[in-house]
Write a protein that binds this ligand. Structure first.
Ligand code: BYC
Length: 480
């Protein structure tokens, strides 16, 4: 079979010759009904019968792997897709550098690998759960389609991790695959594993910020796992990254369109001061300071996903050749990091300052730094829109010490510029930095659905181009 082509004949589309792997095929077929139950219970509420114009992967060839068509979401063909195997691939970092990449799980690293796969897998259904009510307040059919595309693909990313668990981790893997369907985002008894995936995504601005900031953590983590010496994980993550790109596009363009509409409305009304919040809100758009607060919230929640700045887990995973750095294969050093150092921002004598730490221990910090650079690029593009309207306002990412719950700064309070604050000050001033109840109520008041083709809610501009180059009046979702 051509690895680039996907076999759609069986119940589970795949490019891993599942037909010849009876044990894994049976295990996945057994897991499938539970997955569908989960999707029907926790997937987009109210739209399971609607016909959605979705893309489905028909090959893993980077050029044109998608086919667009109307699909009812529960009938979406979730499958197992891996990027093609690279002939002669080696482990390219850590103590096994230069050895052949592993096609099976090395016994000594089984537990560590399983943990990485389970954590990655847990985030995928979590995001679907977080976003399940958003369809009801979609600002357009175009946006609704994008939400559902993101949702079905997060479902597929869960399949990707479940395939690895079922194929390579025996009974433990089967149990973990079941448990991935049992945990629930935000549930006090059975929460999802990582903090940000138990937060609410209550409105569309949060959805766009989440897909911009949090999906970008997905990108960074997947890039690091794509370097893995465990080849099936690497191949899985490489294909997942092609899907992830669309999710970040939804986030980046979503925020751009919100910013654009706000600026247009301000210009039409002759408002030049972005801090005239009440006047701007009366125009039915979201004022720029509130957009900034949402960015502060989602950026800081996402930083927590990088774990502790200094981490033995991360050092061990690198040393073992299981999780590399961001684009490890493009870096120029010894790829072993036994002796080097890396500057880590720490709290020393009550001051936030850099301290050189062993590079191997500082890998979470390093990935987080790479993330911040990546995240800043899109923020620059939002600011270009604001600048184009001549409005004196700049969206800025807050300091990494701001509003943290994991790592070095979880024990302190800092403002968005990284100035330390007392608990009392924080309590008084936090609504300057994070959305207040009033801000949340205002945004909620705007979340009126707009379900006619070609129409958009008051607070968001139409996109520049349609999905699959469709015209502006295309009916992206045929509501049931
Ligand atoms: N919340 O040694 P440390 C995505 C725990 S997003 C709760 O620093 P490590 C997506 C940690 O588990 C990408 N607990 O940890 C995006 C550990 O506990 P144990 C998801 C946390 O391992 C949008 C302890 O604290 N993929 O794909 O270096 C939509 C010590 O911590 C948190 C991955 O994350 C937290 N935030 O770093 C859909 C990749 N942070 O084990 C999808 C896989 C830390 O001692 N995961 N802890 O009880 C990893 O690489 C790492 O496990 C982490 C943590 C980066 C998450």
């Amino acid at each position: 079979m051509n690895i680039a082509q996907v076999d759609y004949d069986g119940l589970i589309p795949n490019n891993v010759a599942l037909g010849q792997d009876v044990r894994v095929k049976r295990a996945l077929e057994k897991w499938h009904p539970g997955y569908l139950n989960w999707w029907n219970d926790m997937g987009p509420e109210g739209f399971q019968e609607s016909l959605v114009y979705l893309r489905t992967a028909i090959s893993v060839d980077p050029k044109g792997w998608a086919k667009f068509d109307y699909v009812r979401m529960p009938e979406y063909r979730w499958g197992v897709l891996l990027a093609p195997q690279m002939e002669g691939r080696k482990v390219n970092f850590g103590m096994h550098k230069g050895e052949d990449a592993w096609q099976e799980v090395p016994g000594e690293y089984r537990a560590m690998l399983r943990r990485l796969v389970v954590i990655q897998g847990d985030t995928e259904p979590a995001s679907v759960e977080q976003q399940r009510f958003l369809g009801k307040t979609a600002p357009s059919l175009y946006d609704m389609r994008n939400l559902f595309q993101v949702n079905v693909e997060e479902g597929r990313l869960l399949w990707a991790m479940v395939y690895l668990l079922q194929k390579y981790f025996g009974t433990d893997g089967r149990e973990e695959a079941e448990a991935l369907l049992q945990r629930r985002s935000g549930d006090p008894d059975t929460p999802r594993m990582l903090g940000a995936f138990n937060e609410k995504t209550p409105d569309w601005l949060s959805f766009f910020m989440f897909t911009y900031f949090t999906d970008r953590d997905g990108k960074m983590q997947l890039e690091a796992l794509a370097q893995s010496g465990f080849d099936p994980l690497s191949r899985t993550c490489r294909f997942m990254l092609t899907e992830e790109a669309h999710h970040m596009f939804v986030g980046e363009t979503g925020v751009t369109r919100v910013v654009q509409r706000t600026c247009e409305a301000m210009k039409e009304a002759g408002i030049t001061d972005p801090n005239e919040i009440e006047k701007v809100r009366k125009l039915g758009v979201i004022d720029l300071p509130t957009i900034q607060k949402k960015a502060n919230l989602h950026f800081s929640l996402t930083l927590d996903l990088f774990g502790n700045e200094i981490s033995t887990n991360a050092a061990n995973a690198f040393h073992a050749g299981l999780k590399g750095r961001y684009r490890e294969d493009r870096l120029k050093d010894d790829h072993q990091l036994e002796s080097g150092t890396y500057p880590v921002l720490r709290l020393i004598d009550g001051k936030i300052q850099n301290e050189d730490s062993p590079a191997l221990s500082a890998l979470n910090m390093r990935l987080r730094d790479d993330y911040v650079v990546d995240a800043n690029a899109g923020v620059g593009r939002w600011n270009k829109v604001i600048e184009g309207f001549g409005i004196p306002f700049e969206i800025k990412l807050p300091h990494v010490a701001f509003h943290r719950h994991i790592g070095e700064f979880s024990s302190i309070k800092a403002d968005v510029n990284g100035h330390l604050m007392s608990d009392a000050d924080w309590a008084k001033r936090q609504s300057e930095f994070l959305p207040s109840d009033g801000d949340k109520d205002f945004i909620e008041s705007l979340m009126k659905p707009q379900m006619e083709p070609a129409k958009f809610a008051s607070w968001i501009a139409p996109p520049k181009v349609g999905i699959d180059n469709k015209a502006g009046d295309f009916e992206y979702v045929k509501l049931a």
